[in-house]
Design a protein around this ligand. Sequence first.
Ligand SMILES: C[S@@+](CC[C@H](N)C(=O)[O-])C[C@H]1O[C@@H](n2cnc3c(N)ncnc32)[C@H](O)[C@@H]1O
Length: 278
Amino acid sequence: MNYRHVFHAGNFADVFKHCVLINLLFALQRKGKPFFFLDTHAGLGYYNLISEAAKKACEFESGINRLLAINTEKLPLAVKKYLEIINQLNNNKAIQYYPGSPYCARSLLRPMDRMVACELHPEDYLHLKQVFVRDKQVQIQHENGYSSLKALLPPKERRGLVLIDPPFEQENEYEQIRLSLQNGLKRWQTGIYAVWYPIKSGSPPSEYLSKLKEDLKTEILLIEFCIDDRVAYQKLCACGMVIINPPFKMKEELAELLKFLWMALSPYQQGFYRLKYL
Ligand SMILES: C[S@@+](CC[C@H](N)C(=O)[O-])C[C@H]1O[C@@H](n2cnc3c(N)ncnc32)[C@H](O)[C@@H]1O
């Protein structure tokens, strides 16, 4: 396992993914019943942006730093919440720590909600465990996130969200995702599943997407976000998320969110954002 998310923490893809995650959890909060959140590839919990690793490529400069530089009161609700989470983590001081997906999600849990986060890297797991030590609503597992879909679904709450955010360092990652989703949906057909993926070659992984559509036979919302399409994708500039069983009105809500984020993160208005049902 070579991948360490700290090298990418706070980049445009994190901003996109974490704001979408918050929007999905808002939708689950709308009902007064408890929900379950499973983070299959959780990472460190939060990241130190002044560490040597984070400063190596300073990816946060074209991500969270661009968003923080925006001067407007008119923020989509998910962005407002996201910035509140960042402020709270940094004690209202200048940003040094960046919240990862489990940290963002924890901020959206109500006392009746529950979360499980899996992380396979031994050091990252220990850090993550420490972040949530003595937190009764959060369980941290040193487990393969794909297996957790088998082990933990369906949750007793019967409503909730699974985030699948792998490093894509294995050749068969797309196949593993597809099989895990098939398995997950067999066990828990009504769950919401959100899967992040990189867009590297200028086009989305279309074979994988069409196989998903064929296999899963349920509603799938596809969202794509690119901050610059001039650089022939030498650096990662585009990514997407597949949202299975999207909550009511999610497409409209995400359209507003993505428009705002794209204006904020793509200073020369290069690239694109797109939303469509598969
Ligand atoms: C892209 S990072 C996750 C970032 C995190 N979701 C966030 O948004 O803050 C992927 C993480 O998955 C971990 N990982 C890789 N393979 C895994 C597996 N099979 N099960 C659980 N974790 C895994 C890596 O160590 C890495 O920390």
